[in-house]
Design a protein around this ligand. Structure first.
Ligand SMILES: Nc1ncnc2c1ncn2[C@@H]1O[C@H](COP(=O)(O)OP(=O)(O)O)[C@@H](O)[C@H]1O
Ligand SMILES: [Mg+2]
Length: 369
């Protein structure tokens, strides 16, 4: 073992502090150094990735000097994400510990992870992922009617209020709550006609628009276009008004729970700060039932999402629902694992960085033993 870890960052982007690093990067580097390990930051640019000589140099240097890497590149900060992921994939194939493996980032973080978990208690079984047929082929999904947005969405919406989720972005943009004008309009037809009036609220800012179903579906086509294009269609969970519950995980250990309460009133359903939600940070023990249940689901989550190791720093978001017996149950809304920050609340950051360092040493020592 070399006892050396590389942290990949992108140069630039709004997540960087005055020293050019993400604010949570150097605390992790220093935590490893305090444990007698070495850690270094490798900063990537699109230019370097595009230049095959430079790309090869970066790859070889990391391969020959590090035991593993931690990916701290926010989605969107590198245009050449594919080339970046190719480098990571090669490093993992060479035996470096990927924290996480690029395909784990895709598998856990993509919105269609929900449909892969739809046969578990984590996600309602009537959850669908829609694709463009070409994209379905690219990712190995056998395209059928249930993947066909325009065929299936008029049927799911005929039964009840829905949430449509695009895959890109993570700020509530392209996350639409869609409902009919009156709650008595549901379950009247098997499939809604295209001229049905619908009310759409976007999670980005909770703004509401009145649309025609056909016209709205045409608009949504752009979410399906291109690599990783998709829309996930899940039932609207009205208890979102009680809050979204985020568990911050370090590998298999819960660190804290964020309770995010959407703004009051109207159709507001978004748990993003920008949309006016209020955040509260709790201890895992304050959410013991949820946390214990979730930890029990981890083996299942891992196997359904491609059997990659759990990510190093990740979050799982839950919304309350009520089961047939009237008891509380938690529904998974999404997983984030590409570059989860832990800069707020600020007073937790140093402690979490130390925990990350401990986890890295434990994971790498176990893998390299
Ligand atoms: N099924 C649902 N029922 C009710 N609200 C939801 C549902 N899914 C998502 N939301 C709300 O929409 C917000 C954004 O959705 P999310 O899946 O977290 O996408 P993003 O990647 O934009 O964070 C959530 O924070 C939550 O407030
Ligand atoms: Mg979210």
């Amino acid at each position: 073992m070399k006892k050396n870890i590389v942290f990949f960052e992108a140069v630039g982007g709004s997540d960087k502090g005055a020293d050019g690093h993400r604010k949570d990067t150097m605390p992790m580097v220093n935590a490893l150094k305090a444990k007698g390990w070495n850690a270094e930051v490798v900063q990537l640019t699109d230019e370097a990735l595009r230049d095959s000589t430079k790309r090869e140099e970066i790859y070889k240097k990391v391969r020959d000097t590090a035991d593993g890497y931690v990916s701290r590149v926010n989605p969107g900060n590198l245009k050449e994400e594919k080339l970046y992921f190719d480098v990571l994939r090669k490093l993992c194939a060479d035996g470096l510990v990927g924290m996480p493996h690029p395909d784990a980032m895709i598998g856990y973080g993509a919105k269609d992870a929900l449909t892969k978990l739809a046969d578990t208690p984590l996600v309602p079984s009537d959850t669908y992922a829609y694709y463009d047929p070409a994209e379905a082929k690219r990712i190995g999904v056998t395209f059928s009617d249930k993947h066909d947005f325009k065929k299936t969405f008029p049927k799911t919406l005929a039964k009840g209020e829905r949430v449509l989720k695009q895959n890109r972005g993570s700020t509530g943009e392209g996350i639409w709550r869609v409902r009919l004008e009156s709650s008595s309009d549901y379950n009247k037809v098997e499939s809604l006609p295209l001229d049905t009036k619908i009310i759409c609220t976007e999670a980005k800012d909770n703004h509401t628009e009145e649309r025609k179903l056909g016209e709205f579906m045409d608009f949504c086509e752009h979410y399906l276009v291109g690599d990783n294009g998709m829309l996930v269609d899940m039932t609207f969970l009205p208890r979102i008004k009680e809050g979204e519950i985020r568990i911050l995980m370090l590998y298999k250990t819960p660190v804290y729970v964020v309770h995010k309460k959407p703004a009051e009133g109207g159709d507001a359903f978004s748990a993003t700060l920008f949309s006016g939600a209020k955040y509260r940070y709790d201890e895992p023990k304050d959410w013991q039932t949820l946390v214990d249940w979730f930890l029990g689901q981890l083996p299942q989550i891992k196997s359904k999402l491609g059997n990659y190791d759990l990510p190093l720093i990740w979050t799982a978001d839950f919304i309350l629902d009520t089961d047939e017996k009237g008891a509380d149950r938690y529904i998974l809304g999404e997983i984030n694992c590409s570059c989860v920050g832990f800069t707020s609340p600020e007073e937790f950051m140093a402690k979490i960085a130390v925990m990350v360092g401990d986890n890295i040493v434990e994971i790498v020592s176990e893998k390299k033993a």
